[in-house]
Write a protein that binds this ligand. Structure first.
Ligand code: IMP
Ligand code: MG
Length: 356
């Protein structure tokens, strides 16, 4: 029985989807605890490429059920389309009926609020923040409220009926998470976008760290055996907010091209900056990270030098081939997986650590 959580430690887009796909091969359940359609996990495998937003990426593996936890906010209309595009059916997912529903008005409010802000956050305009606001304001609709009032037809209610997932209860989901042999927990966004620990207000509206795992899924914190933190050897951001030292445009362009650094939900070009090891060390401490997965290492090798922030926050230029050692030494956490390209063979594993 193993419970493994995979969390992004930067500003999202660390390549969690890729790592989750690898680990989900041994999991019976892959569960999401936060966020909704604002997330975007791009996965390439066997020449195919797809993007998941609300469906846990691991659900793409045969024999692995995707759980959409109660800490999520779900846009049923988009979920129906996403499942159809991914070729998933009603038995591939379980949705916690206590998750909140994103309605058309949430998407409208997201756009209006963003428009009227003097300094923009650059949200994904998917209604995420307004839906979580309604939840906290205690006037939101949960999936089960929509199902009950499905006769009052709404696009979200109708989509839910068409998805026709075998409706389950929160208790059944907790049982499933307790009794399944291997459970993989898939974080969305990254700890830099966490509502409490990110640089507020340029954050998302959910808990992106280990605390969100426990509250968003209803898991006993003692049952989590391993926390894997996912990073890439540079920092990217799509929206507004603080960044470590940004790369000169010439290098940024190389990284953007070779790392496909354009938003998977919005298509916006991502800003590119130094690898902030000072922040990653802190994120590892707060989240109890046991091992690291570093994706996009091949992108670092396309550069002559890589920018890093050390534990004093001083910026240095270092050679790409010295990165592995510098990361482990500065952060104090071993690297378990290293991605050198989309191909499966390009994923190097440290066999001394095993999550499963
Ligand atoms: P929201 O989550 O749509 O409200 O957006 C808030 C901030 O989080 C914006 O800066 C978004 O660009 C950013 N954001 C939200 N989800 C993701 C993600 O999955 N990857 C990268 N950035 C994200
Ligand atoms: Mg993404």
């Amino acid at each position: 029985m193993r419970r493994v959580a995979v969390l992004g430690l930067q500003y999202g887009d660390e390549g969690k989807g890729r790592i989750v796909m690898e680990l989900a091969k041994n999991a019976g359940v892959c569960a999401r605890f936060n966020g909704g359609p604002n997330a975007g996990h791009t996965v390439e495998s066997a020449g195919l490429k797809w993007v998941t937003h609300q469906v846990p990426t691991g659900a793409m593996i045969k024999g692995c059920i995707g759980v959409l936890g109660r800490g999520m906010v779900i846009d049923a209309v988009k979920l129906e389309k996403e499942m159809r595009d991914l070729g998933l059916g009603r038995n591939d997912v379980k949705i916690d009926p206590c998750a909140h529903a994103i309605l058309a008005r949430h998407v409208g409010i997201d756009a209006e609020t963003e428009q009227s802000r003097l300094s923009k956050i650059g949200t994904t305009l998917t209604g995420n923040g307004p839906c979580y606001s309604d939840k906290a304001f205690r006037r939101g609709f949960r999936i089960k409220d929509l199902l009950k009032e499905i006769k009052i037809s709404s696009p979200a209610g109708e989509a839910l009926t068409r998805i026709g997932a075998p409706w389950t209860t929160s208790e059944e989901i907790n049982d499933l998470l307790r009794k399944t042999r291997n459970v993989l927990i898939e974080g969305a966004h990254g700890f830099g976008l966490d509502l409490d620990f990110g640089d507020y207000p340029n954050v998302t509206s959910s808990a992106c760290g280990i605390g969100g795992v426990c509250s968003g899924l209803g898991m006993d914190p003692r049952s989590i055996d391993h926390v894997m933190g996912v990073i890439k050897p540079y920092t990217t951001r799509v929206g507004a907010g603080a960044m470590p030292k940004e790369y000169p445009e010439e290098e940024a362009e190389i990284i953007r091209k070779s790392g496909h650094e354009f938003g998977s939900t919005t298509g916006r070009p991502r800003r590119i900056a130094s690898l902030d090891l000072n922040w990653i060390k802190r994120a590892c401490e707060i989240n109890g990270v046991n091992s690291l997965a570093v994706t996009h290492m091949d992108v670092a090798f396309d550069l002559d030098y890589v920018l890093i922030n050390d534990f004093r926050n001083d910026v240095h230029k270092v050679r790409p081939d010295s990165l592995h050692g510098i990361i482990e030494e500065t952060v104090g956490v071993p690297i378990e997986l290293e991605g050198f390209g989309p191909d499966n063979k390009a994923l190097r594993r440290n066999h001394e650590i095993r999550v499963w």
